[in-house]
Design a protein around this ligand. Structure first.
Ligand code: ATP
Ligand code: MG
Length: 401
């Protein structure tokens, strides 16, 4: 079975960049196929298309794999034929599709990229007329039940009726590495996913505040991102026990600024991990105004003095849009359940904390403590983690600091 794969933005890149990205795309497609147990496949590119050939019985699994490879805009299961000109294309088209259009409204869409002595319009007219004669219902150019597509490339013609959607974006691995702060809530996994979609290799860091239940929830979410989407890069999850930091903050820092100080300290710790892992930026799931810690003053106060750029891909999105994406990505259910169990009481946070207040409060926490906790972190290679983790129930509640 053969698939024709289309990529979007890659096509407008300069020659060298395009060649590099297409190679990455091919590599990631192969990784996604292998991950789903498709064997004996072939991946190659020609003109501005990638072709994927898999054993006939593996079509459904291959299709599922392609729907999760970044850089793919759309793809189609196709039938390839060597043709001997317009008449031949028409008779092959009738052979392949007359049963499909019988009694139904249809249209023919043709493209051509070679030097044939006929135009794509000629193909549309001739094949359309022939299909009508062979029993098709009627031609409907606006809203047909079936569209028969033909792409003629040199002496080969590709026929198909389905255009399936890919996730778009750029091939994972084309843009370097970032470190995403993942709490397991609904937002941060979506933010990590959006950076993957733009081609970044995304490692994750989790600051454990809620004990074992919190940790299990985050492991599940990270596993879903890794297995479901990170094809071509095997991501790591860094788990830092941050409860000792929270204890100090509970004792020594006013509840109005506590959340912002905690976020600053997370950034400091994440920066150390990023430095060791070669990550070029941090990523959070913040969205403007969503909660009190995500006001403009508080985000400014939290990030002051942090040396790496902090990317916030969800900053302009609404909560329901983010939830919709989480559903599509597959993290929504675990995240929603985790939030139900692990909502950590934040006290009465202020919405306009000044950076100097955070500078001052931050001094209550010994930098050596943060360094030690980072040094003692657990690092999980997510592709090696057993998928059985996904079957474990999130039952017990989180610890409260
Ligand atoms: P989420 O839905 O992602 O949990 P949130 O809306 O609950 O986010 P906050 O708790 O204000 O928002 O956190 C903002 C961001 O800070 C999160 O999106 C995440 O990137 C990061 N973050 C918060 N808590 C943690 C944590 N325990 N470990 C790692 N990152 C965290
Ligand atoms: Mg949260």
């Amino acid at each position: 079975m053969l698939f024709l794969v289309r990529y979007g933005e890659i096509a407008v890149k300069g020659k060298g960049t395009r060649a590099r990205m297409v190679r990455l795309l091919e590599r990631n497609i192969a990784a996604a196929l292998r991950h789903r147990g498709v064997g004996g496949f072939r991946v190659w590119s020609r003109d501005a298309r990638v072709f994927v050939e898999v054993p006939d019985g593996d079509g459904a699994r291959a299709s599922e794999a392609l729907s999760r490879v970044f850089g793919i805009v759309s793809y189609s299961p196709v039938v390839r034929v060597k043709h001997g000109g317009l008449t031949d294309i028409v008779s092959r088209g009738v052979e392949l599709f007359s049963h499909h259009v019988r009694g139904r409204s249809f249209r023919v869409r043709a493209r051509r990229s070679g030097r044939e002595p006929f135009t794509s319009k000629d193909v549309e007219k001739a094949l359309g007329a022939a299909l009508l004669e062979a029993g098709a219902g009627r031609v409907d150019l606006e809203n047909p039940e079936v569209t028969v597509y033909v792409e003629v490339r040199g002496e080969e013609a590709y026929f198909y009726t389905e255009v399936l959607e890919g996730p778009g974006g750029l091939p994972l691995g084309s843009e370097g590495r970032v470190l995403a702060l993942v709490s397991g809530g609904i937002d941060s996994p979506v933010a990590a996913w959006m950076m993957m979609r733009r081609g970044a290799e995304v490692d994750m860091v989790f600051f454990n505040l809620g004990g074992e239940a919190h940790e299990l929830g985050v492991l599940k979410v990270a596993k879903i991102l890794a297995d479901g989407w990170s094809h071509g890069y095997s991501p790591r999850l860094h788990m830092v026990d941050f409860r000792p930091v929270v204890s100090v903050l509970m004792e020594e820092v006013d509840e109005g600024v506590r959340g912002v100080v905690l976020r600053r300290l997370m950034f400091r710790a994440a920066e150390i991990v990023a430095g060791e892992e070669g990550a070029l930026g941090l990523v959070t799931g913040e969205s403007l105004g969503q909660v009190s810690s995500q006001t403009l003053p508080n985000m400014l106060a939290a990030e002051k003095g942090v040396g790496l750029p902090i990317y916030r891909p969800l900053i302009g999105m609404d909560k329901n849009e983010i939830a919709g994406m989480a559903r599509r990505i597959g993290t929504y259910e675990v995240s929603a359940r985790l939030q139900e169990f692990c909502a950590i009481a934040a006290g009465k946070p202020r919405t306009r904390v000044r950076p100097e207040e955070v500078d001052e409060a931050e001094k209550r926490v010994d930098p050596a403590l943060v360094r030690r906790l980072v040094g003692e972190r657990r690092v999980v290679d997510l592709s090696k983690l057993s998928p059985q983790i996904l079957d474990l129930e999130l039952e017990q509640g989180c610890e409260q600091p």
